[in-house]
Design a protein around this ligand. Sequence first.
Ligand code: URA
Length: 437
Amino acid sequence: MTMYEIIEKKRDGKKLTKEEMEFFIQGYTKDEVKDYQASALLMAMFLKGLDEEETFWMTDAMRRSGETVDLSMIPGIKVDKHSTGGVGDKTTLIVAPLAAACGVPIAKMSGRGLGFTGGTVDKMESIPGFRTSLKPEEFLELVKTVGMSVIGQTAHIAAADKKLYALRDVTATVDNMSLIAASIMSKKLASGSDAIVLDVKTGDGAFMERQEDAEALGRLMVAMGEAAGKKTAAVITDMNQPLGKAVGNGLEVMEAIDVLKGCGPEDITELALTLAGLMICAGEKAATPEEGRQMASEALKSGRGLEKLQQFIRGQGGDDGVIRDYGRFPQAAYHRQVVCERDGFVESLKARTVGIASQHAGAGRQTKEDSIDLSAGILLKRKVGDAVKKGELLAEVMGNDPKKVELAAEEVKRAFIIGAGAVTAPPLVKKVLMSGK
Ligand code: URA
């Protein structure tokens, strides 16, 4: 077997075997397959496609290409959650405590933000003292005692993905359904949980702009999870406007706390209850997702979710006083208001533009090495469907660099499209996909 033969076969639209996929992934992980041959094969895969079986073989080979986490010493059904990325998406910090408060152990690895989408690890680091890098024993001990832990993903998980993703990024082969599914699911499967709930975003601020593409990706990832023997569900959700009202690391943690206090924005509360319901059901603490949602809602109302968040923050060395005193979060020195220039209704609020503006305010990084301003970001005062009047506040932009804040404020202004007629916001949860449905 040679890489030349494998590339030629896929170039001609033929199906690869499990052994050929294994040869490629193992060889590339060990630097035995060169970048130019891997690039050629990725492009052939991109153009000719992979069927479900090939996608699974690729996912599974990638899963085994690095470290795999063993969570078997933790009793119960461990449930993981993943979002394909969006703007203002702080749901992990809400759903993990809610599911854990209902008895579902959460042992989660999260990523950092890159580009216009945020990452849970950066958000958690806005809490003074919070440690996102723990020794494996500490991580497992917290899951056992607190019921949850969230840490940064180690570089050793699905080692092939790290190399392949970097190559896809520079060879125009990122946005292929099979390659995305294999990349995401190899990492999720290597992280050791027994069940996975996926939040697949669709809209202007998502990888998959069209709903049918997001659904196809969701179905494929559910199939990959099930083929690996894990209970898997996917929710297709709207990302045409940011989720909630806060965008930016510290601001998003404050909003997550607000949700757990019962005073957060409605859209994110709604999505969090749906996701937590699915997780509680996948963890077999509820018979149906609806019953799971009810349990999550009770955990929210009773304050048990907030209490779990507090234990989690304390467990990972963070200052849990942030829950009552938001002044303990990093504070921005500059604030700039964005006001409305005409009467009307918010017709759209472009998620991607808001995400880029938040990045420009200092909340995001352009390259992995960039440092970020944890206080920077945007607080939206109006969202799609809201009536607005000339001179009214649309958003507040903040950060520590006045030039950056100024530039970001101009961008936020452009993200708001004000029309004359009343509009209704699109539904946030568009579809729930479970195996066999
Ligand atoms: N996120 C990933 O982890 N991989 C992809 O290919 C796309 C999004």
